[in-house]
Design a protein around this ligand. Structure first.
Ligand code: GRG
Length: 308
């Protein structure tokens, strides 16, 4: 078991400026996303795709991919197409999750949801368009990476979005609606698939692109699995403690829907402690990389301290 206090104190003492790092990386990602899709005919679908893709958000998944690629000896340029694809996939999952047939929400990233602006039919197709384009974008625009590594990344993304990943997690989530007696194992299954899988792929793909060894990929994947679960626990906590304005989406939905969450199973305090422990375990995986791991270490810390 890792000593949480010891690791967090070390991180706090580091001189790494996470705020400016995140701002700078986010700006690079936003620029690349803006360039990735232009409006052509039929304009409606391209506008709907761009509406959600460029609506903001923390850009955590692309930033994780870029940071892992750099840690493993690669460059931002090598990873940017995959980073953009991860954000396209994430955005499509938000568009579909917000649909009336799914979580039914009107508000996302501080704006009306895609179907509220473009209608359900176009919102479904905007999600489909983003999903398909994510794969095309990686295949066509990745430079200075061996073709077999690009193929591996494409396979990793496919596994992540399908029934073994996001789709499977979403199905179990839908089937669990109204069940207040959900056990921790089922809840963890839902979240490792629905939320954790894409965070894991963000880190794994960044490492794959550089030709990292299986040992490094396994170590970095373990980091990602821990932060993925911690991310969801904090998401559940923020749903209770934060405002609509803070989150840019509707807060308090889980309690209103009587949904089983980590805080409903364990309470707020134990959930917070569990998230901190997971982050400590994640950071422990990075120790071997020394200063090169500062960005990933600081991002893990950000996951438990974030307020939106
Ligand atoms: C992938 C084919 C395919 C279908 C989608 C709808 C669905 C299947 C899955 C739902 C996935 C989902 C919405 C999970 C929730 C993940 C989560 C915690 C999102 C919030 O992420 P943030 O806080 O959001 O990073 P921003 O807006 O900052 O990017």
């Amino acid at each position: 078991m890792v000593e949480t206090e010891e690791i967090l104190t070390e991180t706090e003492q580091s001189t790494f400026n996470l705020k400016s790092y995140l701002q700078q990386r986010k700006a690079l990602v936003e620029q690349a996303l803006d360039r990735s899709i232009s409006i052509t005919r039929p304009a409606t679908i391209y506008e709907a795709m761009r509406y959600s893709l460029l609506a903001g958000g923390k850009r955590l998944r692309p930033i994780l991919c870029l940071a892992t690629c750099e840690l493993a000896g690669g460059t931002i340029e090598m990873a940017m197409p995959t980073a953009c694809a991860l954000e396209m996939i994430h955005t499509m999952s938000l568009i579909h999750d917000d649909l009336p047939a799914m979580d039914d929400d009107d508000y996302r990233r501080g704006k009306p949801t895609n179907h509220k602006v473009y209608g359900e039919d176009i919102a479904i197709l905007a999600g489909d368009g983003l999903l398909a384009y994510a794969f095309e974008h990686v295949a066509l625009t990745t430079k200075n990476v061996a073709p077999e590594k690009i193929l591996q990344v494409i396979a990793c993304l496919g596994r992540t979005v399908g029934a073994a990943g996001l789709v499977g997690g979403q199905v179990l989530d839908l089937e669990s609606e109204g069940k207040t007696d959900l056990d921790a194992e089922t809840l963890t299954f839902i979240h490792t698939h629905k939320t954790g899988a894409l965070l894991r792929a963000s880190v794994e793909s960044g490492a794959i692109l550089t030709g990292a060894s299986q040992t490094d990929i396994a170590r970095l994947t373990s980091y990602a699995q821990n932060i993925g679960l911690a991310f969801q626990i904090i998401d559940d906590i923020l749903d209770i403690t934060a405002t609509n304005e803070q989150l840019g989406k509707t807060a308090g939905k889980d309690i209103r829907a009587q949904k089983a969450t980590y805080p409903s199973l364990w309470g707020l305090e134990k959930s917070q402690a569990q998230a901190r422990q997971l982050v400590a375990e994640a950071i422990a995986q990075l120790k071997i990389y020394g200063d090169r791991a500062k960005p990933l270490t600081a991002i893990a810390e950000f996951i438990v301290t974030r307020d939106r």
